[in-house]
Design a protein around this ligand. Structure first.
Ligand code: BF8
Ligand code: SF4
Length: 633
């Protein structure tokens, strides 16, 4: 078992407080789970029918098949397909709600505006819609119609959001493999069908269907969600703020937004601004909103809201004793939060019909009543402030300055300062001349099986030292923000000479007066679509397949099914995709071999599993080196 729980100094400072306060954390429960089931860890346990559970003996002495005859290969791939479909379902559901919001906003039925008409027009044009002199509400409705058409497609036409956004060379590969998705809901349903008792027993076929779920995730989940959210709330531009629990303010009402969808958190941010006076009347200096997980990333990118904590520290945020209310929407919300909150004055507020936690206050969120709900929640935080127990408050004094908000549009705009006509040219030229060795996207979660943040930080340290430009999202972005990789000092401290020179030149040309940070924060986990857009743009500019670019992906500490589906999408894009925590597939040698090797001949990308961050960095550098060689660089 790993020795240290976290490398985050704020977390390390709060863990003894948790013990002192008698509060159980994720690390305690992890210990209580030891040893974790070997069958489950290897992926060779099946509960898909009531004859089971069945398990395969990994040592070959006991059963070699489930009661129905399913082999280890079949059980492992069926489980993987279900997990990836689960991740895709979460993202498609998220995207669907954003489409609904845009529809209601365009019809004037809810109090949300269409903030970014330029992005709306760009998306409409991409879909082949006529844009000229349509008012934005009408155009938005046409875009909404196109989005709904994907979700209601009963024919065999591929998902349009994929066809208009994915690299052409990739579409040809996916078509030849027969994995172009038709309708996201239908594909997810089909995956459940394909994996129920007595269905597919061909591991290769099951892996291909898993790849198809990756495409569902990438285009009908991530890309669709980001597109809708940018239209509604604006495309991010660079913002300067701070990260880590030191952003909490002892003399302010501290309100945390946690979860993933910005539909509510945007309103919370707005009303927290409006209701400052009420907080002052209650004796506070004001209201400090800060973010946990991806709701945090969303309001950071667009509203400069500071980041408080990533996934593994969500309980510790409450353990500071300084959180007056934590409002959650969907995904990555530990059910333990209610129990933790009950040890303090913190009001835990659930809002969504599919996320209720006994012990929390449920304030139902609807798009129609969003402003009222947000005010109720902000006022609950103000009221809770009056119940604080000063003896229980301890805010660790750790925070880092960060620059975030790097949408593709923001990156292109910074590069345009160097070359207005061909903004991608300076980036590509520097990749060609070796100043930038390659690009790695680090994404995904914390996982309690790894020391919190260590794989993100140690991997990225080594990559940027070797002149790799890193782009990050999700909890990886939080980890790197806290560790000081998202400010210009980070460039001085960590970047290799070539990378430093490029970041400095772009920073100067863009009028920032300082270098760009070595890690660009591109947003929440659905904003991995932005990374996909960047990769697609680079491939398009160079007129090569994205699989041949010196670009790789990494989920250093993945925990969620969503991280597996995002990783699968990255593999379908042709990228070598590192996982720093072993996924439950090792029970099948054949499947492991297929995922980590064989797949690359078929689809261009593959998974690369390595738990040691330094070795992983070497592996990714090697991968980039060989791609550079093949390009003649
Ligand atoms: O969607 S990185 S722990 S918060 S799943 Fe969850 Fe993983 Fe964090 Fe964001 Ni993404
Ligand atoms: Fe066992 Fe087969 Fe049923 Fe799975 S589907 S539980 S392997 S009998």
């Amino acid at each position: 078992m790993k020795s240290q729980k976290s490398i985050d100094p704020a977390a390390l400072e709060l863990l003894p407080k948790a013990a002192l306060d008698g509060v159980e954390t994720v690390w305690d429960r992890y210990e209580a789970q030891q040893p974790q089931c070997g069958f489950g860890s290897l992926g060779v346990c099946c509960r898909h029918c009531v004859q089971g559970p069945c398990r395969i003996d990994p040592f070959g002495n006991g059963p070699k098949a489930g009661i129905c005859g399913a082999s280890a290969d079949v059980i492992v791939t069926r489980n993987l397909l279900r997990q990836v479909a689960g991740g895709a379902a979460a993202h498609v559901d998220h995207a669907y709600e954003a489409v609904e919001a845009l529809e209601l906003a365009a019809k004037g039925n809810i109090n949300y505006s269409i903030a970014d008409e330029t992005k709306l027009q760009q998306i409409a044009r991409g879909l082949g819609l006529e844009v000229s002199d349509k008012n934005k509400a009408d155009l938005a409705l046409e875009v909404v119609e196109a989005a709904y058409a994907d979700l209601a497609n009963h024919g065999s036409k591929p998902v349009q959001w994929l066809m208009v956004n994915a690299p052409k060379e990739r579409i040809a590969v996916w078509q030849s493999l027969g994995i172009l998705p038709r309708n996201p809901d239908r594909e997810i349903r089909e995956a459940m069908h394909q994996t129920t008792m007595g269905m597919d027993a061909d591991p290769v076929n099951l892996v291909l269907s898993t790849a198809k779920q990756g495409l569902v995730d990438g285009y009908s989940g991530l890309k669709l969600a980001t597109d809708m959210q940018d239209i509604l709330f604006g495309t991010p531009t660079p913002v300067v703020t701070e990260a880590n629990l030191g952003v909490l303010k002892e003399d302010c009402v501290n309100l945390i937004v946690h979860g993933h969808v910005p539909l509510l958190s945007e309103k919370i941010v707005f009303w927290a601004g409006k209701l400052q006076e009420e907080a002052i009347l209650a004796g506070a200096k004001g209201i400090q909103v800060s973010g946990v997980c991806c709701s945090g990333n969303e309001v950071l990118m667009r509203n400069r809201i500071p980041l408080a904590a990533n996934y593994l520290a969500q309980e510790l945020a409450i353990i500071t004793g300084a959180i007056d209310a934590m409002v959650v929407d969907v995904q990555c919300i530990m059910p333990s939060l209610a129990k933790v909150a009950s040890c303090y004055h913190t009001e835990l507020i659930t809002t969504m019909p599919i996320v209720k936690i006994p012990g929390a206050t449920h304030v139902p969120f609807t798009l129609e009543g969003a402003d009222d709900t947000a005010q109720v929640i902000v006022r609950k935080a103000i009221t809770a402030y009056g119940r604080r127990n000063s003896k229980k408050i301890h805010i660790p004094n750790y925070k880092q300055k960060i620059v975030a908000g790097f949408s593709v549009e923001a990156i292109v705009s910074a590069l345009s300062a160097v070359n207005p006509n061909q903004p991608l040219k300076p980036l590509v030229d520097n990749i060609v001349n070796g100043n930038i060795f390659g690009v790695v996207a680090t994404v995904g979660c914390n996982n309690v099986k790894a020391t919190q943040d260590i794989v993100h930080v140690e991997l990225v340290k080594e990559l940027v030292r070797n002149n790799v430009l890193v782009v990050a999202t999700g909890c990886s972005a939080h980890a790197l923000a806290k560790a000081g990789f998202m400010n210009s000092e980070g460039t001085e401290t960590y970047a290799g000479e070539g990378l430093k020179a490029v970041l400095t030149a772009i920073g100067q040309a863009a009028g920032l007066g300082t270098p760009l940070p070595p890690v660009l924060h591109m947003g929440s986990c659905v904003d991995n679509s932005r990374i996909g857009d960047l990769v697609t743009a680079l491939a398009g500019y160079l007129n090569v397949d994205s699989a041949s670019l010196p670009v790789a992906a990494s989920a250093p500490e993945p925990q969620h099914e969503k991280a597996l589906s995002i990783g699968t999408w990255a593999v379908t894009m042709g990228l070598t995709t590192h996982l720093g925590v072993v996924p439950p597939v090792l029970g099948s040698k054949a499947v492991t071999e297929l995922l980590t090797n064989g797949l690359s001949d078929v689809i261009g990308g593959k998974f690369y599993v390595e738990t040691d961050p330094l070795k992983a960095a070497q592996g990714l550098l090697e991968d980039i080196r060989s791609k550079r060689q093949k390009l003649g660089l």
